[in-house]
Design a protein around this ligand. Structure first.
Ligand code: AMP
Ligand code: ZN
Length: 497
C-alpha cells in the first residue's frame, strides 16, 4: 500500500484534519438518511452517493467501517420551527394510506435508486419508529439533567440554559444572541419558553395518526432526536464521522449535538462532514422549490430540462467529477461530458481486465515510464487523501488510463514497464473504477459473447468482400452502442463514447 495520510475537512473546526479514528481499525460513520414521504431527487442522491464513495474509500484503506444511515419515518414536520404537519402523516392522510404504507413505498423506491446508482447498503439502516422507547429514555434523561422542560404534553430543549454551559451554534457558526434576535417574534412561539427551543417530544393533537404512549401523554418524537438516539445506540456516545447535506447543519445537526451533550455531557462526533448542494441553473434542487429532478426522469430523459436520457452511471461519474464540498450544477452539457468520460473509463476497464503481461528479455525497462506510472498512482491516492477529492483522483485515473491504452495499442511494450508495475497499473485502475468509485458496466451483460459471434461474421464478410453484409453489421454495432476498429492484428471493438 502507498504511504498516505488521509485528511478530512471537519465542519466543526473548519479545517482539514488528519483522520485518526477513535478506535482503529474501526470507524463509526452515521449519515442522515431520507425522510421517506416522497421520491428522493437527484440532490438527495448526490449526497448519499458522496458518502458511499467515502465509505468505499475508508474500506479500501483497510478500516472496518460500521456505516449507519437511518430512515426518517416520523417527526419531520413541515417547518423547522416545530410547526405544521408530520410529512409522513400528511401524505398518508392525503392518499388515504397507512403511514407505514407511505414509509414502505418510498423506502423501497429509495433502495431501488441506491442500487441503480451502485451505492452499497449501509451496515445498519435503523428507522425512527423502531426506536421510540430509546427516544423517550433520552428525553427523560435530558429533562433530568435540566436541559429540557415539559409543557402541555410536549417536551422542549432549553437552548438558553444549555448555552450557559456549552456552546449552541458552534457547528453552523451561529451565535445564540443572533438566533434570539432572528426569532424575536414571540407570537407563534406558542408554548416554548424561548423561540429558539426545539421539540424533543410533541403532544399528538386529536386526529394525529402517528402517536405513542409516553410519560407526557400520547405524542411523537421530534425529528432531531432520532439521529442522536440511533447514532449513539449503534456507534457509541462518541463516534468518528457524521455526515449529511450542508442544509442539515442548522438546525438538525446543531440540535443533535445539543441533545447528545445534554444527555451525557460528551461531544458526539469527532469529524462532521457536509456535502454541498446539487443545483439546477444555480438554484439548489429541493422538493419545496419544485425544481427537483427525479432519478427515473433522468434515466428515461422525461424531464423537460433534459435533452435525452442519462444512465445511473453517467450521473455517478458526474458526481465523481466534483469534490463533495463544491456545488454541482446539473446541465445537459455536463451530463453529456460525463457520459463520454464514463464510457472511456469502462472501455479502459474491458481492456485492463483482458491485458496480459508479455515477457521480453530483449526489451529493457524504461525507468522514466515506470516513474511516470508510479507518480500517477500516487496522485490518485493523493486526491482521495485530500478530503476525498474525487475530482483530482478521477483525473489522475484518466492519466493512468492513457498509459493502459498506450500499452494496449503497442506504444509501450509491457516489458518496458516490468511485470510489477504492469500489474500494479492494472490492479489500481480496476480497483479504483469498481471498488472505490463504484462504477459498473451498464451495457448488456452478454455483450462479449454477442460481439464475438458478430465479429466472426464481420471478418468473414470482409474476407469475402461482401460489403453489403459489412454495412449491415456496422449498423448492428451502432445499435448495440459499440464501434469496431480495424487493427494491425485483426479487429477490436469498444463502447461508443
Ligand atoms: P431529506 O430527505 O430532505 O432529509 O434529504 C436527504 C439528504 O439529501 C440530506 O442529507 C440533505 O442534506 C440532502 N440534500 C437535500 N437537497 C440536496 C441538494 N440539492 N443537493 C445535495 N444534497 C441535498
Ligand atoms: Zn439526522
Amino acid at each position: 500500500m502507498i504511504p498516505h495520510q488521509l485528511k478530512v475537512f471537519n465542519t466543526l473546526s473548519r479545517t482539514k484534519e488528519p483522520f485518526e479514528p477513535l478506535h482503529p481499525p474501526f470507524v463509526g460513520m452515521y449519515v442522515c438518511g431520507p425522510t421517506v414521504y416522497n421520491y428522493v431527487h437527484l440532490g438527495n442522491c448526490r449526497t448519499f452517493t458522496c458518502f458511499d464513495i467515502i465509505y468505499r474509500y475508508l474500506k479500501h484503506l483497510g478500516y472496518q467501517v460500521r456505516y449507519v444511515r437511518n430512515i426518517t419515518d416520523v417527526g419531520h414536520l413541515e417547518s423547522d420551527a416545530d410547526e405544521g404537519e408530520d410529512k409522513i402523516a400528511k401524505k398518508a392522510r392525503l392518499e388515504n394510506l397507512e403511514p407505514m404504507e407511505v414509509v414502505q413505498r418510498y423506502a423501497n423506491h429509495f433502495h431501488l435508486v441506491m442500487e441503480q446508482l451502485n451505492n452499497l447498503p449501509p451496515s445498519i439502516e435503523p428507522q425512527a419508529t423502531g426506536h421510540i422507547v430509546e427516544q423517550i429514555e433520552m428525553t427523560k434523561k435530558i429533562i433530568e439533567n435540566g436541559f429540557a422542560y415539559q409543557v402541555n404534553g410536549s417536551v422542549y430543549f432549553d437552548v438558553r440554559k444549555y448555552n450557559l454551559h456549552y456552546q449552541y451554534g458552534k457547528l453552523s457558526g451561529r451565535v445564540i444572541e443572533e438566533l434570539i434576535a432572528g426569532t424575536r417574534d414571540l407570537e407563534g412561539q406558542g408554548e416554548k419558553r424561548n423561540p429558539e427551543d426545539f421539540a424533543l417530544w410533541k403532544k399528538a393533537a386529536p386526529g394525529h395518526i402517528m402517536r405513542w404512549q409516553s410519560p407526557w401523554g400520547e405524542g411523537f418524537p421530534g425529528w432531531h432526536l432520532e439521529c442522536s438516539v440511533m447514532s449513539q445506540k449503534y456507534l457509541g456516545q462518541t463516534f468518528d464521522i457524521h455526515g449529511g447535506g450542508m442544509d442539515l447543519k442548522f438546525p438538525h445537526h446543531e440540535c443533535e449535538i445539543a441533545q447528545s451533550v445534554g444527555y451525557c455531557g460528551k461531544e458526539p462526533v469527532k469529524y462532521w462532514l457536509h456535502t454541498n448542494m446539487l443545483t439546477v441553473n444555480g438554484v439548489r434542487m429541493s422538493k419545496s422549490a419544485g425544481n427537483g429532478i427525479l432519478p427515473h426522469e433522468l434515466f428515461t430523459g422525461t424531464h423537460p430540462l433534459l435533452e435525452r436520457p442519462y444512465s445511473p452511471m453517467t450521473f455517478r461519474y458526474a458526481i465523481l467529477q466534483t469534490h463533495y464540498r463544491s456545488t454541482m450544477d446539473i446541465s445537459n452539457d455536463a451530463l453529456k461530458a460525463a457520459h463520454k468520460g464514463y464510457v472511456r473509463v469502462i472501455n479502459g476497464l474491458r481492456i485492463a481486465k483482458k491485458m496480459q503481461y508479455l515477457p521480453d528479455e530483449n526489451t529493457p525497462v524504461q525507468s522514466k515510464i515506470v516513474e511516470e506510472i508510479q507518480q500517477i498512482i500516487q496522485n490518485i491516492y493523493k486526491g482521495m487523501d485530500d478530503d476525498f477529492n474525487t475530482a483530482v483522483a478521477l483525473s489522475a485515473l484518466l492519466n493512468l488510463l492513457k498509459k493502459i491504452n498506450s500499452v494496449h495499442n503497442g506504444q509501450i511494450k509491457p516489458a518496458e514497464i516490468g511485470r510489477e508495475t504492469f500489474q500494479q497499473m492494472l490492479n489500481t485502475y480496476i480497483t479504483f473504477v469498481e471498488e472505490v468509485f463504484g462504477l459498473r458496466q451498464e451495457f448488456r451483460p452478454d455483450i462479449e459473447q454477442v460481439m464475438e459471434v458478430l465479429l466472426n461474421v464481420y471478418r468473414q464478410a470482409k474476407q469475402n468482400k461482401d460489403f453489403g453484409m459489412v454495412d449491415k453489421l456496422r449498423a448492428e454495432f451502432r445499435k448495440l452502442g459499440v464501434v469496431v476498429k480495424d487493427m494491425k492484428d485483426g479487429v477490436d471493438w469498444a463502447y461508443e463514447e
